[in-house]
Design a protein around this ligand. Sequence first.
Ligand SMILES: [Zn+2]
Length: 212
Amino acid sequence: MVSDFLVFLDAGHGGIDSEGNYVTAPSKQFRHSGVTLHGDGWFYEGVWNRTITNKVAEKLGHLSIPFYLVYDQVADVKLDYRVGLANYYAKKVKKSLYVSNHANAGGGQARGFEIYTSPGKTRSDTVAELHWDNVKELVGNRISRYRSDGSDGDHDKEARFYVLTRTSMPAILVEHLFFDNLADAKLLMDEDIIERFAEAQVRTIVEAMDVL
Ligand SMILES: [Zn+2]
C-alpha cells in the first residue's frame, strides 16, 4: 500500500434494507410524535450514523485522504469483524485512526454531545481533544450542551467500548446528541448541523495525521 496514513470510518449499528426493514437492535430507534424525522416520527440511529459517516468519507475523498469503511451501508456488521478489518490494514500503514459515529439515547431528558475514548491516557485522548475543539468551533452554541466527565483534565468520557479497547490504533467514538430527545433529534436532522459535525470530523482527521 502506498499511503502512510489511513482512517477507518465506522458508522454504528445497521441501516435499512431494500424491503424497508431496519436491521438493527430495536433500542437504536425512537418514535417521536408531531414530526417526520426519518419517516412518521421515527429516528433510526443507524441511518443517521451512515448519513454523517458517508459525508465524512465524501469530504476525505475530495481531499485525497485515504479512508476505509469498516461498516456496511445496510448490514449491522459484527464489531469484531469491523475491528478486525481495521487491525489488519493498520499493519500495512505507518499511522492510522479509527472513528466510530453514533447518536445517543438517554431516556428522553438527556441532551448534548460526547466523545469517548478507552480508559487511561493514550494517543486517543489527543485526537479526542482535537475533535472537541473542532466541534466547539464549528457547531458552537447551535447545540445545547457539551458533556464531559472532566475526570482526568481532558474533555473525553472514557468507556470500555469494544471498538475503543480492541482496536490497535488510536480510536474515538462520537455520540452526537440524543436521538430520544425531540429537540436533539430535530437538530440531528438539520442539514447545517450535519455538515458542521462532518466538517469538524474531517478537520480532526487532517490534524491527527500530523500529531499521531
Ligand atoms: Zn449507537
